[in-house]
Design a protein around this ligand. Sequence first.
Ligand SMILES: Nc1ncnc2c1ncn2[C@@H]1O[C@H](COP(=O)(O)OP(=O)(O)OP(=O)(O)O)[C@@H](O)[C@H]1O
Length: 224
Amino acid sequence: MNVLEFRDVTRTFPGPVPVEALRRCSFSIAAGDLVTIIGPSGSGKSTLLNLAGLLDRPSSGGVVINDVETADLSEADRTAIRGRWIGFVFQAFHLMARRTVVENVTLAGMYQNQPTRARHEAALAAIELVGLAHRAETRTGLLSGGERQRVAIARAMASDPSILLCDEPTGNLDTANSAAIVDLLRELNDRGTTVAVITHNPEIAAIGHRQLRLRDGIVSHGAA
Ligand SMILES: Nc1ncnc2c1ncn2[C@@H]1O[C@H](COP(=O)(O)OP(=O)(O)OP(=O)(O)O)[C@@H](O)[C@H]1O
């Protein structure tokens, strides 16, 4: 089953000179896949991520998540799908520095409809999954960069998403921490999470079972 599918997606940004940031992109990501999307600056990576995460709508074509065609859904329905099925991991960790690890993970807006106790348990399980159980009560402002990214990953995993969308997840990390985060993403994938990683770094891209390459808004498939 496909978790994410782009069907002939074009995204044009209007303006005096319209920019075709993505052009007729088609690809699919199956459940259990680990896919990397690589491309140079300006090639359309963020545009693709924003569309995949339902933060933006295509100018034409379809974005299908778990077999649901999303383009024409209401904003409320798209928000619900985003919260239920998509976990985001960004380069900047976007944590609340004065809150603890468990607070950051529990307060994520993504699964607010769960009862408090269930949320807390899901948060603790996710924190354990990323190897930070011993830091659960530490304020995130005191953590290292690598640990902060683990918290962000735990936050994304706490809602048990269908796909983890990672945008340059190691962009703010040194080599050792980058390697550890890459290992963690692989481990999560081994345990069944579908993972998509957007990067401009060929070494990170090499972890993908499949690589999609973006250039000038056009996606091509296959190895580097
Ligand atoms: N809101 C916007 N309005 C107009 N043009 C945009 C907008 N967002 C992106 N673009 C243009 O679309 C193209 C693709 O941009 P995008 O941010 O997706 O690239 P990227 O691969 O993520 O780049 P980077 O690696 O530098 O972040 C670029 O030419 C960019 O200038």
